[in-house]
Design a protein around this ligand. Sequence first.
Ligand code: ADP
Ligand code: SF4
Length: 691
Amino acid sequence: MARDPRYDILFEPVRIGPVVARNRFYQVPHCCGMGHRYPKSMAAMRGMKAEGGWAVVSTEEVELHPSSDISPYLEGRLWDDRDIPYHARMCDAVHAHGSLAAIELAHNGISAVNRYSREVPMGPSDGAAQHPDNVHIRGMSKADIKEVRQWYRAAALRAKKAGFDIVYVYAAHDLTLLQHFLSRRYNGRSDEYGGSLENRVRLFREVIEDTKEAVGDTCAVAVRFAVDELLGEDGITHQGEGHDVIAMLAELPDLWDVNISPWENDSQTARFSEEGFQEPYISFVKKLTTKPVVGVGRYTSPDSMVRAIRQGVLDFIGAARPSIADPFLPKKIEEGRQDDIRECIGCNICVSGDFMMVPIRCTQNPTMGEEWRRGWHPEKVTVTKSRKKVLVVGGGPAGLEAARTLGQRGYEVMLAEAHETFGGRVTRESKLPGLATWARVRDWRLGQIEKLANVSLFPASRMTAADALETGAQHIVVATGSKWRRDGVGATVRRPVEGLSTGLTLTPDDILDITPKLPTLPDGPIVIFDDDPYCMGGLMAEVLAKAGHKVILLTPAAEVSPWTHNTLEHSRIMTRLIELNVDIRPGRVLTRRTVDRIDSDCVYTGRNASIEAEALLLVTSRAPVNALAAELESLRDRWAGAGLEAVTVIGDALAPATIAAAVYAGHRLGREIDADPERDRFWFEREGIEA
Ligand code: ADP
Ligand code: SF4
């Protein structure tokens, strides 16, 4: 297909200092939970982005010295020459597809408490470490500053040797020494590196100059700078010092990569932000510099990209998440296949991998992080010679992805869904406040399936085991999902709670089935018992509070939705619930209910308290819906007659988990249904051992 001429502007080459990017698609630096621990996985993943058409592909942040060690988090390292080959591997993978490789060098300043290297942490001034660590930071002497400049220089030279085309000077995310020097919060110095903005910017300027001098003949020098910290007068603002720093250094770097800080602000989820949400903060930058500007904002629509460029906000469309969800996004636009773009849903499950210190995963793109380990390509699968008929039961994320992958491989697939509408939990959850984009998990898959003549869809088809056997399928995939438990059992309460049937006891399923209209609920308070670490408890509280109910949220945890720290959403969830006057009572475990009372114990003292309320909403855990599999198992003697060879249970029907896990399960089933070379590949990356 031919490219839509409206998008031609996205494919113009752009000069960045001594190098030229072949188009305007720019994968900005992003964490991936691989770093120095899994360099082969990292190189393969970055190479895939280049193959998909991103003209610039960057590393995650790369620690430039052992005193910048943020262990146990897995970022890149360029501590000495022995790290060069790790990075050369990535440069080769990126260059193989004609893209530019960029490295984000970082000294992490007061964010680096050096748990592995045991160096004494340092920053502009003495003070407590930034994170809840039991250490203090030593203020740097002039000699230290000189030494740090040398380290930056040495690292830039190593980066050049590894083959990078763009070398970053990084002052963003509240994570780097250069930003700490810039900040009035952290910099209490009285010498020429403290006090006035001119003084606080000095080290930043010097490092940019040093880097240019060291490698600027062949490498572009990019600056990543946070123009606003959303802290008002306490921090950098885009109308104040953020603006002034750009004005002071306007022509010094070869490229400005601008964003808002810290990471919670830069990578906001769709629940809290729209596509292009950073534009109000960064749009001034291009007015102050002639150098190209890149910025992010979860751009997945080529129309929004073109608009941002035409309006003079950006020269490059920066992306972390859209490039994770679809490494082939640029190629698809280039080939006039924009309908095939697998759009990021803005859930930040990708971020959770980094916090959990394991390779990245993505809700939309099950191959993310598996490029090297399993040899999965996001666009290609092995086409089968099998004529096998496969019945997939359940059209949620797992069933849809299984049907799509099997269809792409050439199997004859039937996908049966009990409801009129496909999508399972994403269809229901996308009705919750801020989660509309989650429906993209369904819509992309249905769109792809539509193009596959060998996949037939059967909506409104609740399957019994007898129905399933009648289809004549040789393989039945059970992807029938899960239901929220009604007995109070979850991670904390391991036995059914007493008295639940004495009054109105709901689960999120009751709310999800009827939103946007809620059932008639009693006038008094609604008690939520939230024992789910992820986001559903807070979402239920939000829905009920917005509908005018008084909500009391009990949770055994110390805070609401603790797992959402991993998706950078926690503080925004707390803010929203507090603003909605939700009465949050942490450290409490549900013990009993009667008609009009809900009892709970303090998890520390065991002291009981009782709340007068008629309605209880349990957000505890989910139980698999797998009766169909059990029924099929009980009919095993009829399998041969019906031509059935195998039944596989996947996704939430096997063990409820994230949407990402369900999509992954569906994808894996599709790849591995029959023994083939893909099935046996699972390479663990072992430090120092070649695979
Ligand atoms: P997952 O996340 O594992 O994909 P979901 O709960 O999102 O799970 O989706 C499961 C889907 O399976 C739901 O849409 C549900 O309606 C459907 N389903 C459950 N039982 C049957 C059945 N017996 N026949 C057809 N569809 C079913
Ligand atoms: Fe987007 Fe979610 Fe994938 Fe991250 S995990 S890239 S936010 S879809």
